[in-house]
Design a protein around this ligand. Sequence first.
Ligand code: M6R
Length: 364
Amino acid sequence: QKGGYDFFMQKEIFEQPEALKNTVMPRLHNGRADFSADNISDDIFKDINRVVVTACGTAMHAGLVGRHLIESMLRIPVTVELSSEFRYMNPILDDHTLVIVVTQSGETADSLAALRLANERGAKTISIVNVKGSSIARESDYVLYTHAGPEIAVASTKAFSVQCAGMYLIALKLAEINNMMTAEEMAAYCDAFQAAIDTVAPVLEMDEQIKGIAEKIKDTFSAFYLGRSLDYAIACEGSLKLKEISYVNSEAYSAGELKHGTISLVTEGVPIIAIATQENVLPKLMANVEEVKARGAHVIMVTDKDMSSYEGIYDDLIQVPNVDDRFGTFGVTVALQLLAYHVTVFRGYDVDQPRNLAKSVTVE
Ligand code: M6R
């Protein structure tokens, strides 16, 4: 069942090139997003003045990726709400609001309740779902299925990557329907999207190197993930992955927030995983990295950028292939999944079934 892998999580990490290909390729045609086989009407993307993404856990982090993309590229306001909060906050919704529910299982109780509330209040609803025919898929106006195949390990890996891909597809469709990008821009976006997906396989080949880095930090009590802009969303996901399976006390911070409290926790040898895929904030991020390095942190850079001018201010480098900054998500995410996986194996815990956690959270 594990197909020669030691754990389901490991198998699912390695299935990502296929999962991404199956989710994305049938929907990219002639430089546009084609949802005709999904029976998703263009109408849902028209007359929208805001987007609300609601989800839990890892799926919420895919929402953060989507927010960055849709706001920065399309200038449509996006909020991302934890479903468990959204349903109790008396949200302001109307038929100009597109609510996107993101979920692997399609059965998460809070996300289902959030969807029902959005439907009741007349918002347009679309869900990004992996499990066919699940409750959330059935109750949304439309569903964009991710084609990751079954995800068994509690820690979500391939489902996250395809959820992000779903966000990138919806962003392209929004751009097309609302005339926000030219045909040339859309074609370039599709090319960059495919190129980014193609970098996942080479990142998987870095497994041994990442294992070596994991061994260096395996005994740590705590760890911090830093990023700015899109990389903050990825930091959140990387940190969740590490904490949920390895039990390392791990937190993600926007690098700019360090000086507002967190840096007091940085002591000799504490692993800091810094994510750098966004050129426009790279000097700012590296200034923060220099500050933690000066306090003795063990800095692991995870980046697709050329780091030659920053040598000496990091200890380890996970260099993934360079991609268009909008699509920085895919390669670094896979590297962070491998890091969390190997740390957990070194610590001797059950990777697939971490304590106190269930695959599908059907209670509130
Ligand atoms: O099935 P869902 O995507 O709705 O589940 C949401 C979260 O419970 C889930 O993403 C959880 O955070 C992951 N197991 C973390 O790896």
